[in-house]
Design a protein around this ligand. Structure first.
Ligand SMILES: Cc1cc2nc3c(=O)[nH]c(=O)nc-3n(C[C@H](O)[C@H](O)[C@H](O)COP(=O)(O)O)c2cc1C
Length: 172
């Protein structure tokens, strides 16, 4: 497990090779096996392979452009009405599981933030609305983020783990 976790890195360049249906199924199964608060499972995932739709998603913001190139984009959403407090944590856990499983299968991924936030240089509510409109996602559903998925083009350079001095034992 640690091997897949430490080999994961953000991939922003992909070959044209499609993702095998069985690989996609395993990535989705990993996502849908994540823990959720009170086992509510508020998540929804939209699988996008259509080139025109991916090209549209690539315009969600300037750091999403490679969605036009990856053969698959997974759109991680949640029914926040069903789980108002924990939907972000629940959906992040599912998304991270998908990244790790994809890495284990030799696929490349990148987490692309979408959720409307507090503004500044981060994606705002208009990004979320853009994705909702592009894919007919109901207004009641929140869009957490996208995952580009495909076969990496070129060498990967995973980062080393963060330093252990971020770990505090017994107390700070
Ligand atoms: C919440 C979140 C949002 C992110 N949004 C983007 C994004 O919009 N575009 C992008 O290219 N990378 C995005 N990333 C990827 C980060 O830039 C990347 O994880 C970080 O630079 C560390 O590199 P690594 O993933 O290769 O370890 C995001 C990552 C997280 C966790």
């Amino acid at each position: 497990m640690l091997d897949a976790i430490s080999r994961r890195c953000s991939v922003r360049s992909y070959t044209d090779a499609p993702v095998a249906e069985e690989d996609l199924r395993q990535v989705l199964e990993a996502a849908l096996s994540a823990p959720t608060a009170n086992n509510v499972r508020p998540w929804h995932i939209v699988v996008v392979t259509d080139a025109a739709k991916r090209a549209k998603l690539a315009q969600a913001h300037q750091w999403a452009r490679f969605c036009a190139q990856s053969p698959v984009v997974l759109v991680f959403c949640a029914d926040a009405g069903h789980q108002p407090h924990w939907w972000i944590e629940d959906t992040c856990a599912a998304l991270e599981n998908a990244l790790i499983q994809a890495t284990d299968l030799g696929l490349g991924t990148c987490w692309i933030g979408i959720r409307g936030g507090e503004g500044g240089r981060e994606p705002g509510p208009e990004r979320e609305e853009f994705v909702r409109e592009a894919l007919d996602i109901p207004a009641t559903i929140r869009v957490l983020g996208l995952v580009s998925l495909g076969h990496p083009a070129g060498e990967l350079t995973p980062k080393p783990p963060g330093p252990m001095d971020a770990v505090h034992r017994e107390s700070w």
